[in-house]
Design a protein. Structure first.
Length: 436
């Protein structure tokens, strides 16, 4: 019979704190051992110290030369937009009208939704993402299909039905002022197996004040669900919100006015926030999901990491597929680094790996559950190969520190760097072939 205990020998990296604010923020074991029992972390430390604790006869999986980290957490993306990734349009609003709404129409069909969800989850596994915060469409079928697929793989996923009751095509519109099947979906999926539900107003322009009121009620009735939406992504969108909600102090203040800022509320983009907005993000325990590949692709703008950190706001990274141009959190770090540089700030690689693991778990109020190798945490982890391509192999020889090694992986890596992905201790992806 297979052991319920499994062990993995590799270099181990995980975070204990935010490297932007703390000196000893991470744990690194050059020759490490990760021990997993019944899908949870039993121990993580030096191989030499831990090997004697293994059950007799248990041979560790040999991943020497590779780096094991917690699986990546992508805090913002749209599974129904998989088939329209890299669709050209001059900015957010035409992109939504031309591609997004027609594409999302098809997700009333359960078979289409399920097939797309399966591909999407395969792609996340290839990229080393073990938890994602996912927009479905307005159709309840799109939510059922997604969670049926993610539960069959035993993944910790967050998702929800998109809510919109105006400024969208009839075929994607909720009954005015109502939240459709949201409550039934929360009852069905929230905390069922590893699933968690996100109440998902698309963004302020597509909800009437009456619908935001109904969403506020729902969020109050279900305080441990997630809330996800978009805010201050694009300048035209911001002007539109000023017209639609003239009494609100700012775009973010529309949500604030409905009580939608709270722990487990994730706001996509946050590019055009002012100081007062960032102060509200911090005060309410809300989190920004920063999506640099999307923001550069649509020309939306550059997120201000320094301002967010200065305010003490929680920050996470998202791909925002299909406006985002990659499923890879490594490629998302690559672009985040450049966005930070263009704003005059600087993101070390260690900070970016933190943001994609423990930082996201903390922002999601899931610290101790995912995002680290704390004893008892769910064993969602990935095996990264720092020599996965000829170029990275050549570059690695000249890396003189962990920071340099992680930086090269973030800037040059993608799905090719992910040798294997494990969810709750079970392998869900293994990269075929040797050096790419
Ligand atoms: N704002 C409202 N809907 C969307 C969406 O689907 N993608 C992005 N990037 N922004 C949005
Ligand atoms: Zn989005």
């Amino acid at each position: 019979a297979p052991h319920t205990v499994q062990a993995y020998r590799a270099s181990l990296l995980h975070f204990l704190a935010d490297p932007a604010f703390t000196e000893e923020a991470y744990s690194w074991h050059q020759d490490g051992l990760l021990i997993v029992e019944d899908g949870r972390v039993k121990a993580a430390g030096d191989y030499a110290q831990l090997v004697s604790t293994l059950p007799a006869g248990l041979e560790p999986h040999d991943y020497r030369g590779q780096i094991i980290t917690p699986g990546f957490i992508d805090t913002h993306l749209h599974y129904p937009q998989t088939d329209m990734i890299a669709s050209p349009a001059p900015g957010l609003l035409p992109w939504l009208d031309t591609y997004t709404f027609p594409t999302e129409r098809q997700f009333g069909d359960p078979a289409h939704a399920r097939a797309t969800a399966e591909f999407f989850l395969d792609e996340l596994a290839r990229c080393g993402t073990t938890t994602a915060v996912v927009y479905c469409t307005v159709h309840r079928e799109s939510v059922d299909a997604f969670f049926e697929a993610s539960e069959a793989r035993n993944l910790r996923m967050v998702a929800g039905k998109v809510l919109m009751d105006r400024n969208c095509p009839d075929f994607l519109r909720d009954v005015e002022g109502q939240v459709g099947d949201s409550e039934a979906l929360i009852n069905k999926w929230h905390k069922h197996k590893r699933s968690l539900y996100a109440i998902t107003p698309r963004f302020a322009p597509t909800s009437t004040p009456a619908q935001l009121g109904a969403i506020a009620e729902l969020a109050k009735a279900w305080p441990d669900t997630f809330i996800q939406t978009h805010v201050s992504e694009n300048k035209d969108e911001c002007s539109w919100v000023r017209e639609l909600y003239p009494d609100s102090r700012s775009y973010l203040d529309v949500y604030d006015g409905y009580g939608l800022m709270r722990p487990r509320a994730l706001f996509g983009h946050c590019i055009w926030l002012d100081d007062e907005d960032f102060a509200r993000m911090a005060a309410t325990g809300s989190a920004a999901s920063v999506c640099p590949t999307s923001n550069l692709f649509l020309g939306s703008g550059l997120f201000d990491f320094e301002k967010a950190d200065g305010a003490g706001a929680k920050v996470t990274l998202g791909t925002d597929v299909g406006a985002g141009t990659s499923f890879s959190m490594l490629q998302t770090m690559n672009e985040a680094y450049k966005v930070a540089r263009l704003k005059g700030s600087y993101l070390p690689a260690l900070r970016m790996f933190y943001l994609a693991t423990l930082g996201a778990a903390r922002a999601m109020d899931l610290e101790g559950t995912i995002g680290s190798f704390k004893v008892g945490a769910e064993a969602d982890f990935i095996v990264l190969d720092p020599k996965c391509t000829p170029l990275l192999e050549r570059r690695s020889v000249h890396c003189n520190s962990l920071e340099e090694q992680l930086f090269a992986l973030a800037l040059l890596g993608d799905d090719r760097a992910v040798r294997a992905t494990y969810a709750a201790g079970v392998k869900v992806h293994e990269r075929s072939g040797a050096v790419a």
